[in-house]
Design a protein around this ligand. Structure first.
Ligand code: ADE
Ligand code: ZN
Length: 319
């Protein structure tokens, strides 16, 4: 299997180990109800409930120092999975409530923790500022402003997650234009809970080069061809899709079909402790179900390296 594992789609808060969330809640004397199951794992019923549990767990992350501890824990987990490079989604909504100066303090703490983790474990992290779609276009603009103000070595991209069923892609075009002008890489969650039209909207109105998930593009042959011809990279997270009920089982997942049709696909974990997965588990299942070999994993990681939003020098180390 490939030695150069890369994750392009990983939510920082969504990668928080449950133990860290529990410890922070204890330290702050904060009660966290209905977040964990009897085994102490994150638990939810469906996507709407997942978003609620996610925000409840995230509510214990209050200070820049908390975010530094989160980055340290997530980087350690990535190093255990032999990941050498990851782009993490970070949301100014949670870090200083979109106040640009407050956001800079969180960012400084995260960047410092990331540099320490790189020196210790050899894992490189970069950040993608992420708007949360169900907070609406006005709030997304504030996230884009934070992104544009801090674009640079560590913040390399702008994206949007949250509930894809809310609003139209063009409602968010201003935010993506702002981020593009700041020379940030662009990605958006689409084709997860939205169908092919949502993916088309992302391409036409937001002009992204990568799509978070994008798997429901498999329902539309013309769209599959368009993704293949334009070289739009899909950040596919199969375990997440299965846990959130997009497909009934691994054999029904379209990742292999999309890849065979020439769509550049990559593999990530999204929110691994929430979906009770890890990158190794994802790779093992893909090997088992689709008979992917070492050279297939190597190829998807080359695709990921080429699609990474980092500078050319960093990218060269990933190839
Ligand atoms: N935020 C965290 N995980 C997400 C997902 N899978 N879809 C949309 N928004 C998210
Ligand atoms: Zn995601």
């Amino acid at each position: 299997m490939s030695d150069k594992r890369i994750e392009l789609h990983l939510h920082l808060e969504g990668a928080a180990p449950p133990e860290l969330i529990r410890r922070l809640a204890e330290e702050k004397h904060q009660r966290l109800e209905r977040v964990f199951d009897a085994q102490g794992r994150f638990a939810f019923r469906d996507f709407g409930h997942f978003l609620q549990v996610y925000e409840a767990a995230t509510s214990v992350l209050k200070t820049p120092q908390d975010y530094a501890r989160l980055v340290t824990a997530v980087a350690e987990g990535l190093a255990e999975q032999r990941v050498i490079y990851a782009e993490v989604f970070v949301s100014p909504a949670f870090c200083g409530n979109h106040d640009v100066d407050g956001w800079r303090d969180y960012l400084a703490a995260m960047q410092e923790a990331s540099a320490r983790a790189e020196a210790r474990h050899g894992v490189t992290l970069r950040g993608i500022v992420t708007a949360i779609r169900h907070m609406g276009p006005e709030v997304a603009k504030q996230a884009a402003l934070c992104a544009a103000e801090t674009a640079g070595d560590w913040i390399v991209g702008f994206g949007m997650g949250g509930d894809e069923r809310m609003g139209k892609p063009r409602d968010f075009a201003y935010s993506f234009d702002l981020a593009r002008e700041a020379e940030l890489g662009l990605t958006v969650h689409a084709g997860e809970f939205g169908g092919p039209d949502s993916v088309r909207g992302a391409l036409d109105d937001l002009r992204v080069t990568r799509i978070g998930h994008g798997v429901r593009a498999a329902e539309d042959h013309a769209l599959i061809d368009r993704l293949a011809e334009s070289g739009t990279v899909l950040e596919v997270c199969p375990g997440s899709n299965l846990k959130l009920g997009l497909f009934p089982d691994w054999t029904s997942h379209p990742i292999d079909q999309l890849r065979r049709a020439g769509v550049p696909v990559t593999v990530s974990t999204d929110d691994p402790p929430f979906f009770h997965t890890s990158l190794s588990r994802e790779y093992d299942r893909l090997a088992e179900v689709f008979d992917w070999q070492a050279e297939d994993f190597q190829a998807i990681n080359v695709t990921a390296a080429k699609a990474a939003f980092c500078d050319a020098e960093t990218r060269a180390r990933l190839l």
